[in-house]
Design a protein around this ligand. Structure first.
Ligand SMILES: Cc1cc2nc3c(=O)[nH]c(=O)nc-3n(C[C@H](O)[C@H](O)[C@H](O)COP(=O)(O)OP(=O)(O)OC[C@H]3O[C@@H](n4cnc5c(N)ncnc54)[C@H](O)[C@@H]3O)c2cc1C
Length: 302
């Protein structure tokens, strides 16, 4: 991928910058390092009319012990959400449950988490990672969703396959999909790379979902897509029980407030955890476009 040399320079510099400085860039997007930080953030969001979804930072774990730790933290999060009376679900990455080194172990960990979520009557969203795991992630979702009603998946509009994936998922019964553009940089053979093509794919898939038997999380901060989504919601007369907008913590807060003021359901993705540092560096390496936001933050404090 070609990137702006300034972006490349900042990405190259990141590992050598003090953690405190990286934290200054990242803290707006991350609730903190402890679960109590996530609860506090979600509580503030609830008071502002938004629901939340808590993400325990971590992915691509390599040992069963790490899977166990992640599972424990998610269970604790489910307890905390209930005990604090929060309006909040959880989002998980399958690679945090060992997908890349033990698919069967990952399935078992998901079963176990979903049992806990069912006991708590809470919702679990399986985040989507890069295209090397799209098939297995959707397969695990398909196998689990009939057993655990409150389970959702993610579709990335940048992938050429996504329209068909949505058709297949809907043919298999009611489904709950978060639709996003996709954060990972993917090869042109399998992914749209032009920003307008990714947008058009998003709108086309969104309309398919809204017309079908699906509940949709419209996960974007792109004002063009938000406007198109609002038009589709109105055109198809979609009820508030069938959709919500979703945004990342700390991003486009003005647009978020406007949507809430207009009466749209809106959920905020709240990442937290000790692994914020690796997560931040990895996000930057994977998508140097985000560096633009960091550079802006550096020179233009709001
Ligand atoms: C709730 C939620 C969950 C997601 N889950 C996944 C997932 O499971 N898998 C996956 O691949 N991707 C996921 N994403 C990321 C998504 O795929 C996009 O990469 C991301 O949302 C940026 O695309 P956009 O539609 O917001 O449009 P963009 O055009 O990228 O952004 C529109 C505007 O939003 C602002 N903005 C966007 N991102 C940032 C940022 N990080 N920091 C500061 N400002 C920003 C900028 O002002 C920008 O101009 C998720 C996104 C959201 C909102």
């Amino acid at each position: 991928m070609t990137a702006n040399p300034l972006h490349n320079a900042v990405v190259g510099l990141m590992p050598y910058l003090p953690r405190a400085l990286i934290w200054r860039f990242s803290r707006r997007y991350i609730a903190g390092t402890r679960l109590s930080d996530a609860y506090r953030t979600v509580s503030e969001l609830n008071a502002a009319g938004c629901t939340g979804t808590i993400d325990v930072l971590g992915e691509d774990v390599t040992t069963a012990a790490q899977v166990g730790t992640a599972l424990e933290l998610y269970r604790e999060a489910l307890d905390g959400i209930r005990d604090n009376g929060l309006d909040c679900g959880i989002s998980v990455k399958l690679s945090e449950f060992g997908l890349r080194f033990d698919v069967e172990g990952c399935r078992k960990a998901m079963h176990s988490l979903l049992e806990s979520a069912r006991d708590h009557d809470n919702f679990v969203r399986i985040d989507m990672e890069d295209s090397s795991v799209t098939d297995v992630t959707l397969e695990i979702y398909r196998n689990l969703r009939h057993e655990y009603g409150r389970l959702g998946a993610v579709i990335q509009s940048c992938l050429r396959r996504s329209r068909q994936d949505v058709i297949d998922l809907m043919a298999d019964g009611p489904t709950d999909i978060r639709l996003c553009k996709g954060i990972y940089i993917e090869p042109e053979e399998i992914a749209y790379t032009d920003a307008n093509d990714i947008r058009d794919s998003f709108s086309e898939i969104l309309d398919l979902l809204l017309k079908g038997d699906a509940r949709v999380g419209i996960a974007t901060h792109d004002p063009v897509l938000v406007e198109r989504a609002e038009a589709s919601l109105q055109r198809f007369g979609v009820g508030k029980d069938r959709y919500e907008f979703q945004m990342l913590l700390g991003v486009t807060e003005r647009l978020r407030s406007r949507l809430v003021a207009d009466g749209h359901p809106l959920r905020v993705y709240v990442p937290f955890g000790e692994l914020w540092y690796n997560y931040s560096l990895r996000r930057l390496r994977e998508n140097p476009g985000i560096v633009g936001h960091i550079i802006r933050n550096l020179f233009h404090r709001q």
